[in-house]
Design a binder for this molecule. Structure first.
Ligand code: SF4
Length: 110
């Protein structure tokens, strides 16, 4: 798996992504059962509210080899402060539409 991760820019002040890297390394959370090696292509943020830049950023991850885009848990689950992204649904729709069916999407990381 060649993985690109998109995280919430607002959450960066609370979280440096430690758990994301751990679950990837340990193949737990959203990565449970994955047997192939996981290569991290990029770990980026959404570009800030209202996430319009995330489409271009996701496109760049794919251009650089990502076959899977994961939305970090801060976006849809709101971890670690319990504040999910109000733009998550639209962001996901637009990214999926832009990238097409060939890209695997993970809606959370842990
Ligand atoms: S658009 Fe959502 S994911 Fe991006 S910074 Fe704002 S709240 Fe976070």
């Amino acid at each position: 798996m060649k993985l690109g991760i998109i995280r919430c820019m607002q959450t960066e002040d609370y979280c440096p992504g430690t758990t994301d890297f751990r679950v990837i390394r340990e193949k737990t959370g959203a990565f449970e059962g994955i047997t192939e090696d996981i290569e991290i292509i990029g770990f980026i943020n959404c570009g800030g509210c209202p996430a319009k830049k995330s489409i271009l950023r996701a496109r760049e991850l794919v251009k650089r080899g990502a076959d899977t885009i994961a939305f970090a848990s801060c976006i849809q689950k709101g971890t670690p402060i319990g504040y999910p992204c109000p733009f998550a649904k639209r962001m996901r729709e637009l990214i999926v539409k832009d990238l097409g069916d060939g890209i695997n999407i993970l809606d959370y990381t842990h």
